[in-house]
Design a protein around this ligand. Structure first.
Ligand SMILES: N[C@@H](CCC(=O)N[C@@H](CS)C(=O)NCC(=O)O)C(=O)O
Length: 216
């Protein structure tokens, strides 16, 4: 079997989620950078892999897969290494619930609402829209409240062991945490903050830092 190729961008949070799964499993892989945000739009060859023009996509021995949740589960099941999905139904359901929360409620406001306005827009000399930021921030606060409640006093989201849930939350919360609104919001959620600090210290997370975090 050959090594998988992940098609994405090192600065993309969803690409990083897939990379974290590969790194935590100890899988050798190649990251092929695909610039989807350039003036020419999504490259044709990427649309053939991901018809919605999003990143990442994974190719492995002629098998092509997109949707990060499917990629991380595939990586966990197709390769040896530490299990990243619990066996017991309640813990497994909790993991899936957290992944659903991240996709449905956290990604847009945290990344496109706050992180984009505070970190990407100034770097690219774009004027952010403050109204959008304020609306997004209210949603970010709800996300942090919900995530902290689920975390409770556990070390990880689905219990005592690291699972895909932690890998899905970390990249998005790390980007949010480098904005001043993120710092403030997280200071009101000390257990979530402690979880994030613990995740930030993992070798997989350190190794996959993108340019915006490295610039801090
Ligand atoms: N549902 C997709 C979402 C992936 C996604 O939104 N990726 C971002 C980059 S982090 C993207 O491609 N954004 C491009 C856009 O929103 O047009 C998945 O789970 O893979």
């Amino acid at each position: 079997m050959g090594d998988p190729v992940l098609h994405g961008l090192s600065r993309s949070v969803y690409t990083r989620i897939a990379r974290l799964a590969l790194e935590e499993k100890g899988v050798r892989y190649t990251l092929e950078e695909v610039e989807i945000f350039g003036p020419d739009g999504v490259p044709k060859e990427h649309l053939a892999r991901q018809p919605f023009g999003r990143i990442p996509a994974l190719t492995h021995d002629g098998f092509t897969l997109y949707e990060t949740g499917a990629i991380t589960r595939y990586v966990d099941e197709a390769f040896t290494g530490p299990r990243l999905q619990p066996r017991e139904p309640p813990a497994r359901a909790r993991m899936n619930q957290v992944i659903g929360i991240v996709d449905s409620y956290c990604y847009r406001p945290m990344i496109w609402g706050v992180f984009y306005a505070r970190i990407v827009a100034p770097a690219e000399r774009i004027q952010p829209e403050e109204g959008h930021l304020a609306q997004s921030l209210a949603k970010c606060r709800s996300c942090c409240r919900a995530l902290e409640e689920i975390l409770g006093s556990q070390r990880y989201f689905a219990g005592g062991e690291l699972t895909l849930a932690d890998l899905h939350v970390a990249p998005i919360l790390l980007y949010f945490s480098i904005t001043r609104e993120g710092v403030e919001t997280l200071s009101a959620h000390p257990r979530l903050r402690a979880w994030l600090d613990d995740m930030a210290a993992r070798p997989s997370v350190q190794l996959t830092k993108g340019k915006y975090e490295l610039a801090q």
